[in-house]
Design a protein around this ligand. Structure first.
Ligand code: KIV
Length: 269
């Protein structure tokens, strides 16, 4: 079973693997493949709930899907992503909300899109026994301020990321996601920190990599330029659904093999 401590000792020895999942069957496949960490990302907003951004995702949606993933995952560390405004407004409420992910949904840890306002919260949650994965660089919950572009591209912005990364590590975060930042910045942060960095669009020098499962499987008709499609599941789904439609329309399904005739009912009519 992967633990936050195990993840820390893997860093620098072997690349850490992380993928998102939002339901039990997908989590089972990801877990059986030996992926270290399953993130129940608020990317579910775009990936499965049909929203344009992650902002409308609710605590209840993340909690329900985290429960499904945790029930299916036997070995992977399950991390629940704290949705927009479920943390950082009021400390007691943030603790209560993060605690729900562990107490009620059986997550192992939470992820928080980080900034200057989350350093103290990270320390408080960690002290209380709620492990925190920090997240810097492109933080989609700040889309209205930052957009979706690459972050940390000038010296001032890069230095702010290095500083915040150190502050969150000092506050007790067990790992840090770096999203859509220059590879050399991610390499420098990785070098400077003792906790593992997990990159997405952050080059090869992080301790691990994460992608959104839809992008890996080829489920959507768009994916970000930094992700890579490793399968064409959308095409396979379209083929299977089309074959089912054709079989029903042609009267070929259900056949005798998929039906049951009860002999005691033969004189019913
Ligand atoms: O919500 C999510 O899936 C994420 C990853 C892209 C890191 O935050």
């Amino acid at each position: 079973m992967t633990t936050t401590r195990g993840l820390r000792s893997k860093a620098g020895e072997e690349p850490i693997t992380m993928l998102t999942a939002y339901d039990a069957p997908t989590a089972a496949v990801v877990d059986e493949a030996g992926i270290d960490v399953i993130l129940v990302g608020d990317s579910m907003g775009n990936a499965v709930l049909g929203y344009d951004t992650t902002l409308p995702v609710t605590l209840e949606e993340v909690e329900s899907r985290t429960g499904a993933v945790a029930r299916a995952a036997e070995d992977a560390l399950v991390v629940a992503d704290m949705p927009f405004l479920s943390f950082g407004v009021d400390e007691a409420e943030s603790i209560h909300n993060a605690g729900r992910m562990l107490k009620e949904a059986n997550a192992d840890a939470v992820k928080i899109e980080s900034g200057p306002h989350t350093v103290d919260l990270t320390a408080r949650l960690t002290d209380l026994g709620i492990p925190v994965m920090a997240h810097l660089g492109l933080t989609p919950q700040h889309v209205n301020r930052l957009g979706y572009g690459r972050q940390g591209t000038d010296r001032e912005a890069a230095e702010e990321i290095v500083e915040l990364a150190g502050a969150h590590a000092d506050a007790g975060a067990f790992s840090l996601v770096l999203e859509h930042v220059p590879a050399n910045l991610a390499g420098a942060v990785t070098e400077a920190l003792e906790i593992p960095t997990i990159g997405i669009g952050a080059g090869p020098d992080c301790d691990g990599q994460v992608l959104v499962i839809n992008d890996v499987l080829g489920l959507d008709d768009w994916s970000p330029p930094f992700s890579k499609q490793f399968g064409d599941v959308r095409a396979e789904m379209a083929r299977a659904v089309g074959e089912y439609r054709d079989a029903v329309e042609a009267g070929e399904f259900p056949s005798e093999e998929h039906s049951h005739v009860e002999e005691t009912l033969e004189d019913l009519y």
